[in-house]
Design a protein around this ligand. Structure first.
Ligand SMILES: Nc1ncnc2c1ncn2[C@@H]1O[C@H](COP(=O)(O)OP(=O)(O)OP(=O)(O)O)[C@@H](O)[C@H]1O
Length: 375
């Protein structure tokens, strides 16, 4: 339980059934001086709420400290990715490394099943008796994207009891049960950065400034920046001294340069395909050929999701130049796609796994290669 309303309702639903239940709160962050507006650490407030809910439901609860594991396996690797000018997704890594691995190891045999308040659905495949990770009923809240790097042997021990509910239904139920967390706002952003702390201020405590140039698409210097990680691809940004807004099209880590373009519709912002590596298929024996064969068998379409909040893009997966490489070609261009991000692949409702984007191909790249082809 996290202290949020989703895991509170999860516990309440299970408490009404015949389970031998106990709650676990993970403390993932150790910094004592990061206080919220009320003078309490974020995790202290969360732990307090977990205890309140458990008291009401009459279930035992305990705290486990996984801050060391979180630091080593999620936060430090993410810092290295930000430093290289790329965009990691620590929430995907947190599920893979911490909730579905370090926590499971720590609980050992003491827990036969583990339930969380994720909006995702596990369906059981009749033929193989394996769990299929699927979207939840609430499409808007669906969190299967964050679980795309967790593999089936880990997933099969989990339950997602709120997968059939929408958030408004869940809040209603929380109020009806008188849960003290019923009105708690949804958590936003990276799980360890408290809601009130701004991302930039937080990360700048860990990554030193690294000044460099901002150039336009022709390489002309138009401004300066203080660190690649402060800029997000696709984001509109002000360059001091210039009146018009610019959009970040590219971050060049070797030159420590940002390429900015003048309009949101610029061809350098329109991503048409991504090259990905480090694939984690939810069913570990899957590969590109197998998922293409699945589509032939089951029908339907492939889509990819690159950020939680982003709309899905219809795509075609194909084998890249090496066995580790998967290329996802988009049916229509999309903005704001960046190296480092996690691309999850879906076949209809089924989330098949995810890879890490190493390279993007945009409309401008395609125009360039077409114009350089011999006529
Ligand atoms: N610190 C934690 N300790 C134990 N479980 C956690 C913790 N953080 C998250 N979880 C589990 O993972 C689920 C998803 O967490 P996440 O932070 O992504 O979602 P959320 O939608 O904000 O959920 P909630 O409303 O329960 O906080 C939670 O519902 C909870 O079951």
């Amino acid at each position: 339980m996290s202290g949020g309303v989703d895991s509170s309702v999860t516990a309440a639903l299970l408490a009404e059934q015949d389970f031998d239940l106990s709650a676990v709160f993970m403390r993932n962050w150790d910094t004592k001086d990061e206080l919220g507006a009320d003078g309490k650490c974020e995790w202290e407030r969360d732990w307090h709420d977990v205890q309140q809910v458990c008291k009401l439901l009459n279930i035992p609860c305990r705290m486990v400290d996984l801050s060391r594991e979180y630091w080593l396996r999620v936060f430090e690797p993410a810092l290295r990715v930000w430093e290289r000018g790329m965009t990691p997704n620590p929430d995907v890594d947190c599920n893979r490394e911490i909730k579905f691995d370090a926590l499971v190891q720590r609980l050992g045999e003491s827990a036969q099943w583990i339930a969380t308040g994720h909006y995702a659905h596990l369906q059981w495949d009749d033929a193989t008796h394996r769990a299929m990770l699927c979207r939840s009923v609430d499409r808007h809240k669906d969190q299967s994207y964050f679980l795309a790097a967790v593999q089936e042997p880990q997933l099969r021990r989990f339950m997602f009891p709120i997968s059939h509910m929408t958030k408004p239904q869940l809040r209603e139920l929380a109020h009806a049960r008188g849960l003290p967390t019923a009105s708690r706002e949804d958590s936003v952003g990276i799980c360890f950065v408290g809601q009130k702390r701004r991302f930039e201020q937080f990360i700048s405590e860990y990554i030193p400034p690294s000044p460099g140039k901002i150039v336009d698409e022709h390489g002309k210097v138009i401004g300066e920046h203080n660190g690649l990680w402060k800029f997000t691809i696709g984001e509109s940004s002000r360059v001091s001294g210039l009146k018009t807004r610019f959009y970040v099209a590219k971050k060049d880590a070797e030159r420590n340069e940002i390429v900015a373009v003048p309009g949101r519709d610029h061809p350098m912002l329109q991503c048409r395909a991504v090259n990905t590596i480090d694939w984690r298929w939810v069913w570990p024996d899957h590969d590109v050929q197998q998922v293409l064969a699945l589509q032939t068998k089951l029908g339907g379409r492939f889509t990819t999701k690159i950020r939680h909040a982003m709309a899905e893009i219809e795509c075609t997966p194909s084998q890249g130049t090496s066995p580790e490489n998967v290329v996802l070609s988009f049916a229509h261009p999309d903005a704001g796609v960046a190296p480092g991000q996690t691309a999850a692949l879906y076949l209809n409702e089924w989330c098949l796994g995810c890879g890490t984007i190493t390279e993007t191909t945009c409309t401008a790249d395609l125009q360039e290669s077409a114009s350089s082809e011999p006529t």
